[in-house]
Design a protein around this ligand. Structure first.
Ligand code: HEC
Ligand SMILES: [Cu+2]
Length: 319
């Protein structure tokens, strides 16, 4: 099972790609080795004792008692040494997790919702918050401080390759520092059972070079209108049927109940990692979200197939 869980490496604490995950990985190895050795020692001792007991039964009571005494001393020694190693390793791992806490870091807010992620970046230029959803971008080698909370029930935020996990609790702000050291796509997930579609509450994580990240953030900060035509049938339908829940900056759609769709087509997946980002998947999602993710807060809006297609075509242009 361990091998299977690590074989792709996009969602695995066994393939660390960040400072915090490396510290936890080291702790995991130390704990496995120490506990493994203790286990082997205990089992070996047991087998040895059974064999001795069988070969010389009740031969010499005094010597047997002495042997038991010696074995107990060895066991006590193993426990003291083992626990000292574990405590030391856990102390240093813990320090590594909070090593960046006093430093300046990029601020990102992530809010858990049943069953998607609202993600907001602080624009370094204007100080404004830029909203997106379900996809977290991180600049390589820089520390990002994620401020976590929830809009409904308790969720938990975990990107196993980059850092440890921490709960998202309504009315509380929890902080988690992420310092990635390897570029690429990773997968994050909700790790606190939060309702029927908990398993469909994942997000994509992209670690990229700082220059690429800055470019991405600039694109995200811009309204949709600057890059894509926001007129036509799809745009009209959106304004009447979807704008109450979704925002597309640069248009009249300002709803906040669902994900910000300003640059939806630039994302890698739809509905918190449920479907890949393609025009066909968009159309399927718009036509029947309840069939793909039963219980989701997005209702099935009655639409003609041609209308769902026009909406998908419109959204697919919002890069
Ligand atoms: C009652 C509010 C509501 C209405 C109306 C609504 N949506 Fe949604 N929408 C949501 C919510 C909530 C989600 C997140 C669902 C999830 O992932 O579980 C969502 C998700 C989406 C997504 C995926 C976004 C992402 O980041 O993955 C798309 C695309 C979308 N909606 C399009 C539409 C379109 C097009 C319409 C109009 C036909 C529409 N929605 C109407 C609430 C709504
Ligand atoms: Cu959740």
């Amino acid at each position: 099972m361990l091998i299977l869980s690590a074989c792709t490496g996009v969602q695995s604490p066994l393939a660390p790609a960040g400072d915090q995950a490396s510290a936890l990985h080291m702790l995991l190895i130390v704990m496995t080795v120490v506990c493994g050795l203790v286990y082997l020692l205990v089992m070996g001792g047991l087998v040895w004792a059974l064999m001795r007991a069988r070969s010389r039964r009740r031969k010499d009571e005094g010597r047997a008692e002495k042997r038991v005494d010696r074995a107990l001393h060895v066991a006590a020694g193993v426990i003291v040494v083992g626990l000292t190693i574990l405590i030391t390793a856990s102390f240093f791992a813990d320090r590594a997790l909070f090593a960046t806490r006093g430093q300046d870091a990029m601020a990102v807010r992530v809010t858990g919702h049943q069953w998607w992620w609202r993600i907001e970046y602080r624009d370094p230029a204007s100080g404004r918050w830029i909203e997106t959803a379900n996809e977290l971008h991180l600049p390589l080698g820089r520390t990002t401080r994620v401020e976590l909370t929830s809009g409904d029930v308790i969720h938990s935020f975990w990107v196993p390759n980059v850092s440890g996990k921490i709960d998202m609790i309504p009315g509380r702000r929890n902080l988690l520092d992420l310092t990635p050291r390897r570029t690429g796509w990773f997968r994050g997930a909700c790790t606190e059972f939060c309702g029927a579609q908990h398993a469909h509450m994942a997000f994509d994580v992209k670690v990229e070079a700082p220059a690429d990240f800055d470019l991405w953030l600039k694109t995200q900060a811009a309204p949709a209108a600057s890059g894509a035509p926001v007129t036509g049938r799809g745009a009209q339908l959106f304004a009447t049927k979807c704008a109450a829940c979704h925002r597309i900056r640069g248009t009249s759609a300002t709803g906040r109940a669902g994900p910000d769709l300003t640059h939806i087509a630039a994302r890698r997946s739809i509905a918190a990692g449920t479907l890949p980002m393609t025009r066909g998947a968009l159309q399927g999602w718009i036509a029947q979200p309840q069939a793909l993710k039963p219980g989701t807060s997005m209702p099935a809006v009655p639409l003609l197939p041609a209308d769902a297609d026009a909406l998908a075509a419109y959204l697919a242009r919002l890069r």
